[in-house]
Design a binder for this molecule. Sequence first.
Ligand code: PBG
Length: 324
Amino acid sequence: MAFPSDRPRRLRRTPALRRLVAETRLHPADFILPVFVREGLSEPAPISSMPGVVQHTEATLLEAAEEARDLGLGGIMLFGIPAERDAQGSAGLDPQGILNRSIRAVKDRVGNDLPVMSDLCLDEFTDHGHCGVLDSSGSVDNDATLEIYAQMGVVQAESGADVVAPSGMMDGQVAVIRQALDEAGHQDIPILAYAAKYASAYYGPFRDAVDSQLQGDRRQYQMDAPNRTEAIREVELDLAEGADMVMVKPAAAYLDILREVAEISDVPVSAYQVSGEYALIEAAAANGWVDRQAVVMESLMAIRRAGATNVLTYYAAEAARWLR
Ligand code: PBG
């Protein structure tokens, strides 16, 4: 008697057989490396809540970009930390500001071999830390912010960004940025829209990474954790406004959302394994409670399996080296 008749274990017997039937694979080109560059820094500055991640100087940023290129990463995402902040976030619009000049420097260094992406948001540039400018009552003024985003998009494209990535969750941001880019002759610059971005406690370490000045939270503009249908609406709106790629963020705690978005999106879907996801793995690994490399790779595999075309991850370079 042959019992049981179904034996899925047959295809798991050897590593080679498992490789043959793997439904999801990881490749360095799947990974986008987020990097922080801080104005006026003479040495890279460690970020205490993100062990192994630094605020780069303008010089070490270029080394990180070269490494990312040499590893064949999918891209690099730049976040700038200015020396001076103000209520309007003006340093974000200054072509000589830290982010825009870093885009230019990285682009000069890596050319077309590594897509250079820029965070398009005001929170690193405002003295109040919000993603937009404030109205007289102290709330973020959606439409006044849109005008600034449109200009930021053009300045970033002019600085050499291959992709601009609006992350502020203002209503209508993709449409105004698309229109401004087109009018300025940048019809070929794609928009990676942070479409379903949740107000998340998992961003905690990022706030250290950018020396955020934020008091309070972003719950009036980022999405609320309980909501699923609303994520679909956000994605559909961004697609209708012309998004070339859409993002779900964070990743691990929102894999259900990622799956649903991947099912309805007819453009590539990115997922952001955020600072808090990184910090959790690092903390457990530092205590010897998990196998660091195995957990990192499993977390990335899970994000890809859920439907991400590519993953923004602080592990991008390391994971690419492990895949060699
Ligand atoms: C906003 C922005 C944030 C992150 C990426 N872009 C912070 C926020 O929305 O509060 C978080 C990334 C991370 O936690 O790794 N410019």
